[in-house]
Design a protein around this ligand. Sequence first.
Ligand SMILES: C[S@@+](CC[C@H](N)C(=O)[O-])C[C@H]1O[C@@H](n2cnc3c(N)ncnc32)[C@H](O)[C@@H]1O
Length: 234
Amino acid sequence: MSSTTAQIRLVSSHPEVYEPCDDSFALVDALLADRAHLLEQHPTLCMEVGCGSGYVITSLALILGKEAPGVHYIATDINPHAIRVTRETLEAHGVHAELINTNIASGLDSRLKGLIDVMVVNPPYVPTREDEVGAEGIASSWAGGENGRSVIDRILPIADNLLSEKGWLYLVTLTANNPSEICLEMRKKGYGARIVVQRSTEEESLHIIKFWRDFDSVDAKEMLTASKSASWSL
Ligand SMILES: C[S@@+](CC[C@H](N)C(=O)[O-])C[C@H]1O[C@@H](n2cnc3c(N)ncnc32)[C@H](O)[C@@H]1O
């Protein structure tokens, strides 16, 4: 069994790009812990939103490796330096991903709608003033606005739109982000949720939450019924 992840010494860097940190490692640990399920899911399209140094998307490509041939990897980042650094990190590990410099998944909705089998996100989640969100430079890596939720709350509906029926979302959150409220929001969209990794450091308590479409949930049933009656009434 291969359980390789990206090697820190091969991860490229830039002063304006987020370096792999506890949150990045926790996310990769969650993917490693779920490797067998990921392989059983037979993903064809995997996507990272906010790839930074490329540590996570490179690790995902290595974790799935040769046992998941034909997987196409896509990574976006709003920071153009991150795209360049991610390209170098991928190349240093001999793996490939399509890299797109965009805001979350802007411009990709029609191409990727309902097609992403695995989405991984380590978003800017630190509670900050709202005007720090999306600021120039490295600050946009962590500045999450009120309760650290500004970017997360924009990502969730986009993830819902892009995920395939069997799609999974792995999201890094902080206690201050109110993870149970995030799960409730996703529940309303018909998703089940589970904490795959929980890690406390001196400064923060991180949760890696996995979301999946839960077709048995009451909300999902109601949604399906509503969409069926909507199409019948057309
Ligand atoms: C906490 S860092 C995580 C970087 C990397 N994924 C990791 O785990 O080490 C968040 C990343 O999201 C990017 N980002 C912030 N806002 C974004 C947005 N609206 N669209 C795309 N990427 C964004 C930042 O540039 C940064 O690279």
